[in-house]
Each structure stands twice: as C-alpha cells, then as structure tokens.
Ligand binder design. Sequence first.
Ligand SMILES: Cc1cc2nc3c(=O)[nH]c(=O)nc-3n(C[C@H](O)[C@H](O)[C@H](O)COP(=O)(O)OP(=O)(O)OC[C@H]3O[C@@H](n4cnc5c(N)ncnc54)[C@H](O)[C@@H]3O)c2cc1C
Length: 430
Amino acid sequence: MWRNWAGSQTCQPAVLADPATRADVAQAVVRAAAAGHVVRVAGAGHSFTDAVVTDGTLLSLRHCNRVLDVDHTTRRIRVEAGITLRELNQVMAENGLAFPNLGDIDAQSIAGATATGTHGTGARLRNLSAALHSIELVTADGTTIEVNAEQEPDIWRAARVGIGALGVVTAVTIQAVPAFTLEAVDRLMAVEEMLGNLDELLAVNDHFQLFTFGHSPLAMTSARNRTDLEPRPLSRAREWVEDELLQNHALRTVCEIGRFAPRANGPLQRLGSRLAGSSHRIDRSDRIFTTPLRVRFVEMEYAIPRRHTAEAVRAVRELARRPEFEVSFPIEVRWVAPDDAYLSPAGGRETCYIALHQYHKLDWKPYFRAAEAIFDSFGGRPHWGKQHFQTAQTLRPRYPEWDSFAAVRRRLDPEGRFANAHVRRVLGEV
Ligand SMILES: Cc1cc2nc3c(=O)[nH]c(=O)nc-3n(C[C@H](O)[C@H](O)[C@H](O)COP(=O)(O)OP(=O)(O)OC[C@H]3O[C@@H](n4cnc5c(N)ncnc54)[C@H](O)[C@@H]3O)c2cc1C
C-alpha cells in the first residue's frame, strides 16, 4: 500500500519495486511493459494529487539517492533522482554550493520536486526545475537518454516539468550557485499597505512572501535577503519555540478549535495575527528557506499573472472569510520569475502564486472549487502537485506550448506506459 504525506491518496500497486541501481530501474520498466502495467514513480509522496496512484508498477527511487559527481569549476552537482532536497542541501553546503532558491520544505525528492514545478519565492528567481542542467531519463522501451539545452532541446523543455509522464528520471545534474547566507525578517503589515507597495517590496527583496488569514486585515510578511553577516543559527530551544510551538502546535490547536467551533475562526485569526510579532534570523540559505511543517493539510495553489496579484488576493481573502468553508489556515502568496519549461505554471510570464490550505480533517472541495473559479478568471495555471479540478481540455489553452509537450510525449511514450488516470485527465490520452 502506498500513501501520500497528506493521507489523501492511497493505492495498492500490483508491483511495488525499489530498485537499487539505475540499471535496475530500466529493467523494471521493461518488465512492467511485458506485464502490460502502467509505470508510475513515487518521490517522497508530498504531492496532494493522485499523480502517483496506480494499480500497475510503482517504482520508488529511494535507494537511488547517491551523489555521483561534484564539479567545483562549473559548480555542477550530479545526483541520482531519488535523493531528497534535505540530503542534497547538506552535500551542497559541504561543497560550498547551494540552490539559488527553495520552497517551504526539503522533504521532497529532487525528481519529484522538479516534475511538478516546485518553487519558492523571489520575483527574479525561477522554479527549482530551472536549476537543472541535464536530466537522465529511462523511456518507455527501457532506453536511457541524457537531455540538456543543447542535446534534445525539445525533450529538455518538456522533461524539466514532466509530471512523470515522459519516463523515469534516474539522475540529474544541478547548476548550483556559491553557498550564501540569508537574513530573514518577518513582520506584520496591513494587507492593503502591502498590496499598495508590492512592486517596491518585490524589487528590493531577493525573496518576499506573505501569509494572511481571511479574517485579519494583517499579513505576516517575510523578507529574505543575501547578507555578508555571519550566520547566527538559533539555539535548539529557540528553534523549537519558533518552529514547533509557535508554528506547528499553535496552528494545530487553531485548526482543532476551528473544526469544532467554526465561529471561533474569525476571533482566533485576528488574535493570532496580532500576536504573531516579528522575527529576525541569519543562517545558511536552505535553513532559512525551509521549515518543518507537521500539521497535515490539503492544498491548492495557482500561478496567475503577477499583475493580477492585488485583485486575486482580495478575492481569495473574501472567500476564506465565508463561514461555510470553515477555513483555519492562512493563504500563502509568493512570486516567481518566468522560465521556459513547456508545462511550467510560471512559464513565459511574471507569476504570483496563491496557495490555499484546508485542515486534513475538513472537506476541502467546496472551498477549493470556489477558489478555482477566481483563479480561472485570471487565467490561472494550477501547481501540478496540488489539488485542482482541471482537465487537459481546460488546461491546453493556458499553455502556449502545450502541443510541443504533447509531441514529445507521443515520441517518448507512444503507448501511454506512464499514463495513469491522473496523467490522462490532466494531459489527455497520448
Ligand atoms: C508540506 C508540504 C509543503 C510543500 N511546499 C511546497 C513549496 O513550498 N513550493 C512548492 O512549489 N511545492 C510545495 N509542495 C509540493 C511539493 O513540492 C510537490 O508536490 C512535489 O512534487 C513533491 O515531491 P515528491 O518528491 O514528494 O514527489 P511525489 O509527490 O512523490 O511525485 C510528484 C510527481 O513526480 C513524479 N516523479 C517523482 N519521481 C520521479 C522520477 N524519478 N521520475 C519521473 N517522475 C517522477 C511522480 O510520478 C509525480 O507525478 C509542498 C508539499 C507539502 C506536502
């Protein structure tokens, strides 16, 4: 039995294999084809959708997590695809390297994170897949190919954000940057003041993001900037208070109270926002970017054109106040620079990402359906790892190079070996 992090997706594949080597991966694909199985790969199970779910062959690459090469001259690091971001960040730090940007957590595998267009925040910075320099892919007939911008540029633009529909990624080379230190300043700001100064806030900060509750006029903003100051890691006790007590325990308590007494959501959110206060940290970049998130939730996140940020944030905040949705979680807003992967939700446009969360014990569908109507009105593209209700038909007009991706898919996987129900729904039949 396979289960995702949120506990919202499960499956019982006919074959569950965790190959020890990349050659074993290729053999597993050939064996699955002989048995007529669909092949899916499970990363760290941190997607909310049924992207991984199959009753055919499910491969886990957790044992294919080796570091293959670190080139200090080019700052490129080659790793097997099952390595987690946490493991990778550690190896990079030991070699004086880092990812230019990261999302909120580091539990994902590198292949799983890039396959869905996982991103952090920073109006001048692209998603994680843009940090790839090349990809090794096992295709439907068990052949291994290596693609990069020069070699097979079409496959390269398709495979960076490929949702596991083109084959099994077995290794990647990452173009890292020199290790850097970040100074993070979290502070409360009135939402309207923040929206009024948005262009400046995005211009002066390397990374800027915010969390806001529907019921509070305030937002907790986080500005993170590169610094030459010495890192000052928090003591274990202080870290526990900030990350576990104030973030995880307090949020779980608010969610449980809200579940049994939804009317408490408004007062709790207003109080929580006022008490949130400010914080200041200086640390290694990956330690600032990522924090442990232990309260289970289900999430929807949409990429909309950046110019619609203010209208969309106002509309979603209004929605989150509606009593019937019983929302206890904040709305998260981030910004990402355009890139050129065919199916990147930030592809070709300056992007604002808006994420909604619902406590895992509550029904997320009504809230997310209503929110999707708002995102649709702004030409939104859903995060490929998070809940949405779109189909290939509704998505195709939102991606100018949709047909280029489809052509690569037809070429690499003409029989739909990697197409489970999710892939067929969101990308269509081959
Ligand atoms: C608590 C939490 C916080 C999160 N924070 C962020 C965030 O800050 N920013 C953000 O953008 N997203 C975030 N996400 C979403 C998450 O980054 C993505 O869903 C990501 O895809 C999960 O990676 P994974 O390794 O768990 O992959 P999985 O969820 O296991 O798989 C994702 C997809 O990749 C495919 N895949 C995995 N490995 C391979 C492979 N080797 N070859 C081919 N296909 C493969 C799978 O088949 C599937 O289609 C968060 C999710 C959670 C649960």
